[in-house]
Design a protein around this ligand. Structure first.
Ligand code: PRT
Ligand code: MG
Length: 219
């Protein structure tokens, strides 16, 4: 990590689609089409900036350990990572969704020890602990909606947007655990050592977020 370079770790998938236009408004444009390339790291129009494209769950790790200065990831991933080893100065207000529990429609969750399947094991554990409920947490990596019907668990914790995926699989949302949107996180040392570079990027991103909000409320 040189003092003059800025490495930005981006989340691939739906966040990338929404974040590239914001970065462009903030003056950062990849040197090639990220979607057509199999590369994982990209140069851009600013010679001192590099963009990494990785899984959202890995973004906090890169930023906390300082291999990336800045990260862009969903609040769900940041909550699950669960560290205070970086700053979270900006909400980009994109890729909004909710972390929720969900169960088969009408199911009574009255067993004394609830079996909960999730990708978000820490989020789930903390939430049910705060509710005073005894739980066994089962870690899954995907297709969570199937798990209750296969007898693996009583309920799940997942991110929900429209709720269509839940409904299509016979589930209903239950508890609203947290609102999720895409956040900018910054390595603690980078915030000091690269103060000017980081602050000017944060400012331009904030302006892009504000400008987008104005156009979306105007239309
Ligand atoms: O890439 P990987 O497989 O590890 O993760 P992923 O598939 O969850 O990644 P991706 O690209 O889908 O999402 C990355 C980030 O987008 C998440 O960390 C969230 O912050 C944000 N996000 C916003 C969402 C959704 N909305 C969302 N709806 N992430 C996932 N979903 C999924 C959800 O898991 C469920 O399968 O979409 C389905 C539910 O959508 P609805 O509209 O049917 O409710
Ligand atoms: Mg995916």
């Amino acid at each position: 990590m040189s003092d003059k370079n800025l490495v930005i770790a981006l989340t691939k998938g739906r966040i990338l689609d929404e974040v590239l236009p914001l970065l462009e408004q903030a003056g950062i444009v990849p040197a090639e089409d990220i979607f057509k390339s199999r590369k994982l790291i990209f140069a851009c129009n600013l010679p001192h900036v590099q963009l990494m494209v990785i899984r959202g769950s890995d973004v906090p790790t890169y930023v906390e350990l300082g291999s990336a200065d800045i990260g862009i990831a969903g609040k769900d991933m940041i909550m699950e990572y669960g560290s205070r080893g970086f700053y979270e100065p900006l909400d980009l207000e994109i890729a909004g969704c909710r972390l929720m529990s969900a169960a088969p429609i009408g199911a009574k969750l009255d067993s004394p020890r609830l079996r909960v399947a999730s990708k978000f094991v820490n989020v789930a554990k903390n939430y049910f602990y705060e509710q005073g409920r005894q739980v066994d947490i089962i870690k899954l990596s995907g297709a969570l909606e199937l798990a209750p019907f296969m007898g693996l668990c009583d309920c799940i914790v997942d991110v929900v947007d429209t709720g269509n995926t839940l409904r299509a699989n016979g589930l209903e949302p239950r508890d609203h655990i947290a609102d999720v949107s895409t956040r900018v996180i910054v390595n603690r040392a980078s915030m000091k050592i690269k103060h000017d570079l980081v602050q000017s990027l944060l400012q331009r991103l904030q302006q892009a977020v504000t400008a987008n909000k104005k156009t979306s409320t105007a239309s």
